[in-house]
Design a binder for this molecule. Structure first.
Ligand SMILES: [Zn+2]
Length: 302
């Protein structure tokens, strides 16, 4: 079975044609049309998928909160105006007349890592993505733990500083205000008046003590949030995703620090870097589409 998959983000759509075992046959990227509302965006996605040629199923990984049963966007921020309420699954199935599966992008990346990536040996694990904010997903038995309203795993809004910095969620002191890549960049800006991205920060860390101190403080913030999660979930493994985690030695150093913050019985936990990079979302969508139960066709086994 061939699956056409797309990963819809606020700035780019990544899309590819895969076989159901995760082999990538074609892969490309295109800027997201965010100006004309949800239906126009899904028309654009449909055009990109059509360009890939013969697929039997469609898998979509997308920004926003998703009802995975109906494949509708429950809520999307203003990154994609007019996306809330878009019936993504229905629009694509009506156009292509083949089954389509829709999943939130953070969940999808975690499913990708679970079935094709870093965490293949772990049926139960947590996945956190560090970037502008911090996304999270909980995997149990190789599947997403959704929670009552499909929103479990919002680790970025774990409150780690009571009464602290205001957050986009309207609360204060959330983990992502201290431990995201954006938070690191803001801290470096505050201390040095330099506007640097994550890669640039790590590039000058050896020659700049103030920047090194900022990174050390940021790492403590990361570890303290992870310590709470380890004590709640007692996971065997946590996958850390987001470009910043590719810095050499960072994940290993975070793992060593984490073990100082957790009780002895929890210290077997492994921290792992995401292994699928920019393809994690589409690969999770491939898994979701391959395992979709639909009339008249077999559900793929993994
Ligand atoms: Zn928050």
């Amino acid at each position: 079975m061939k699956i056409a998959a797309a990963d819809i983000g606020g700035t780019a759509i990544k899309y590819g044609l895969y076989s159901q075992d995760g082999t990538c046959l074609k892969f490309a990227e295109s800027p997201t049309d965010t100006k004309n509302g949800g239906a126009a965006l899904i028309r654009q996605v449909g055009d990109l998928l059509e360009s890939l040629g013969g697929a039997q199923r469609i898998g979509i990984s997308t920004a926003g909160q998703v009802d995975p049963k109906t494949g509708t966007i429950l809520f999307a921020t203003d990154t994609i105006p007019g996306y809330t309420g878009t019936p993504v699954k229905r629009l694509l199935e009506e156009r292509f007349q083949i089954p389509a599966a829709v999943e939130n992008d953070v969940n999808s990346a975690a499913l990708g890592e679970a079935h094709f990536g870093a965490a293949r040996a772990y049926p139960d694990f947590l996945c956190l993505t560090y970037g502008t904010g911090i996304g999270g997903a909980i995997i149990r038995g190789g599947e997403i733990e959704y929670g009552a309203t499909f929103s479990a795993g919002e680790f970025g809004h774990l409150i780690t500083h009571a009464g602290g910095k205001p957050c986009t969620c309207a609360s204060r002191g959330c983990y992502e205000q201290y431990a995201s890549t954006r938070a690191l960049c803001a801290l470096v800006k505050e201390k040095t008046e330099k506007s640097l991205n994550g890669r640039e920060i790590f590039h000058i860390i050896e020659d700049n003590d103030i920047v090194a101190q900022c990174v050390a403080q940021w790492k403590e913030e990361i570890v303290q949030g992870l310590a709470s999660l380890v004590h709640i979930f007692n996971p065997a493994c946590i996958v850390l995703a987001g470009g910043i985690m590719n810095q050499p030695g960072l994940v290993e150093s975070l793992e060593a620090q984490l073990k100082e913050w957790i009780m002895p019985n929890y210290r077997g936990v492994r921290l792992m870097r995401s292994s699928l990079g920019s393809r994690a979302g589409t690969l999770g969508a491939v898994y979701r589409a391959a395992t979709l139960e639909c009339q008249g066709s077999e559900k793929a086994r993994f």
